[in-house]
Design a protein around this ligand. Structure first.
Ligand SMILES: Cc1cc2nc3c(=O)[nH]c(=O)nc-3n(C[C@H](O)[C@H](O)[C@H](O)COP(=O)(O)OP(=O)(O)OC[C@H]3O[C@@H](n4cnc5c(N)ncnc54)[C@H](O)[C@@H]3O)c2cc1C
Length: 424
């Protein structure tokens, strides 16, 4: 049974109510994409632009998963960069440099080409939650300047903080003016509409229940079947195909968001005058931003044990008020959560499940940019250019062959350790 969009600020302000049909009957295409989030939709667009025939099967609605629920922070680079460099050396460092802003470029060009309205604003900032974190931020800033990003990166010394954010919670920070924030569900829906215009056959309410690669790849739903030369598994945390290299690899982890009632213009300007997306430097981090209608959209508190808090507002609002006491009496209008796809070494997992079946997942909460990068890497691989794909495919991932439930309990223990470290 398919599910509607979760009750979120995004669903309430979605600007496209298009329903795509359920798959019924058989279809033959070049590429069958499983999953209607950023990874799947972006792969479908890229391949359709290159002249391939595409079917996209989504179990629920376009943007139903993390892509339609996230913090909307479009952040440069990807998670696990240190581990990737440790494994691939200079080649890995070059890969990171080449890809760092590729997702931003793809998103911005789609918004422009297809007239997608999704409230894109530039400016993202990481704040030092502890004084000792500032040294790490300084070193990272120097690295970005050395890599040629000095024109859009700024270091924020503690004395420059007043006037940047209406809080005394931090000890400095760094700003990337090329990253930013957007309405993710409207981006996903806008990209899906663009894909449909390019000829992609999109199906909602079409959960894939069987899928096979090899010489004659196919994907089967309750009422239909797609035969294709290649299959792309872009189902993130929700698909049920954890076999082969995917077994024990990815651990779905709860992350939660609240959104206030719209703030007055003056209060919004006091809290976040430059309208930046903000994340702090903790491992169990807070992330927040203002929406286009001036709500404070505040997220955090990953729950690695996979047990959702009984009340998300009770779990998150005290932390919001700790940072912004000005919001003590502001009502929370929406609360929702989703699953982040955590892999243990944090490097996005891009590879081949079996002949002619490709997968991508494991963005560890950095998927707005990374999903679009991964989609291009997979599209290139299907078209025969495998250089970047091969690098990700070569990564040695850590797998826990103990099933998701037990893995999540171990992860929860690990996060208690990191949470304590954040607090010390
Ligand atoms: C609360 C939250 C906050 C986040 N904040 C940020 C942020 O601020 N910035 C950032 O960069 N990243 C953030 N992320 C992460 C980011 O949203 C994800 O990494 C990204 O959206 C993953 O995209 P995806 O397309 O791979 O997966 P999803 O968007 O999860 O899409 C997968 C889709 O596959 C479908 N599916 C699953 N199984 C099947 C099947 N068998 N058949 C057919 N369809 C199937 C699902 O219904 C789903 O719609 C956040 C995530 C969460 C949950």
């Amino acid at each position: 049974m398919s599910e509607p969009h979760i009750n979120s600020y995004y669903a309430a302000t979605a600007n496209d109510a298009t329903r795509y049909p359920r798959l019924q009957g058989s279809l033959t295409v070049d590429v069958c994409v499983i999953g209607g989030g950023f990874s799947g939709i972006s792969t479908a667009i890229t391949m359709a632009e290159r002249g391939y025939s595409i079917a996209l099967l989504e179990a629920n609605r376009i943007g139903w998963g993390a892509s339609g629920r996230n913090g909307g922070q479009m952040i440069y680079g990807f998670s696990g960069e240190g581990n990737l460099k440790a494994q691939l050396g200079a080649e890995g460092a070059r890969l990171i440099r080449d890809l760092r802003y590729r997702g931003h470029d793809i998103i911005e060009s789609r918004i422009k080409t297809h007239g997608i309205s999704c409230d894109l604003k530039h400016g993202w900032m990481e704040m030092a939650a502890r004084e000792k974190h500032m040294a790490g931020l300084r070193a990272h800033y120097e690295e970005m300047v050395a890599d040629g990003h000095g024109d859009h990166w700024e270091l924020v010394e503690p004395e420059a903080l007043p006037g940047l954010l209406g809080t005394k919670a931090y000890h400095g920070g760094m700003i990337d003016r090329r990253s930013g924030h957007l309405h993710p569900l409207n981006l996903a829906k806008g990209e899906a509409a663009a894909a449909a215009k390019l000829g992609v056959k999109i199906f909602e309410d079409s959960s894939v229940i069987e899928m096979q690669g090899g010489a004659k790849p196919f994907a089967r739903t309750a009422e239909g079947r797609v035969e294709a030369c290649s299959i792309v598994l872009a189902g993130s945390t929700e698909h049920k195909f954890e076999r082969g290299p995917l077994f024990g690899l990815t651990f779905p982890t709860g992350s939660y968001i609240i959104a206030t009632e719209p703030l007055s213009e003056s209060l919004a300007a006091e809290l976040n005058p430059q309208d930046l997306a903000v994340a702090d430097s903790n491992i169990v981090l807070d992330y927040y931003r203002l929406t286009a209608d001036r709500r404070m959209l505040f997220g955090g508190r990953c729950n690695y044990s996979n047990r959702d808090p009984a009340s998300l507002t009770s779990a998150l609002q005290p932390r919001l008020v700790e940072i912004f006491p000005q919001l003590r009496d502001t009502a929370i209008a929406y609360e929702w959560g989703g699953r982040i796809d955590i892999v243990l070494n944090r490097i996005p997992a891009i590879g081949r499940l079996e002949p002619n079946v490709y997968f991508t997942q494991g963005y560890c909460g950095h998927g707005v940019n990374m999903s679009h990068i991964a989609a291009e890497i997979l599209s290139d691989a299907i078209c025969g250019t495998t250089e970047k794909f091969d690098m990700f495919d070569r990564i040695r991932h850590i797998r826990l062959p103990i099933g998701r439930w037990a893995g999540n309990q171990l992860l929860a223990l690990g996060m208690v350790y990191y949470r304590l470290r954040d607090l010390l």
